[in-house]
Design a protein around this ligand. Structure first.
Ligand code: ZN
Ligand code: ZN
Length: 92
């Protein structure tokens, strides 16, 4: 079962709302959170067994994957602490 998170930086006000995380009925592919240093964005991307994950925004391959339950990271845009918050609701 997948869920959604909101990402918000209180400093520069960068935010991404309703990012899907987790997996549906099968184990692969699943959605994992990433932080991309190339385009300085946060989001989720599909993880497949035989492919390296790509940034959902700029499609480059060197994205940093984040733990499903990550609470805070340095904002990719301004470097200040920014936070993930789990939303109500699930997807499958
Ligand atoms: Zn920021
Ligand atoms: Zn990117």
């Amino acid at each position: 079962m997948g869920w959604f998170v909101d990402f918000r930086c209180p400093y520069c006000r960068y935010e991404e709302a309703g990012i899907g995380v987790g997996h549906g009925k099968s184990e692969f592919p699943y959605l994992a959170l990433f932080c991309c240093d190339n385009c300085k964005s946060v989001g989720s991307t599909w993880i497949r067994e035989s492919e390296s994950p790509r940034c959902g925004a700029c499609y480059q391959e060197n994205v940093r994957l984040l733990a499903d339950d990550v609470h805070s990271i340095e904002c990719p845009k301004c470097g200040e602490p920014a936070f993930f918050a789990r939303r109500e609701g699930q997807w499958s």
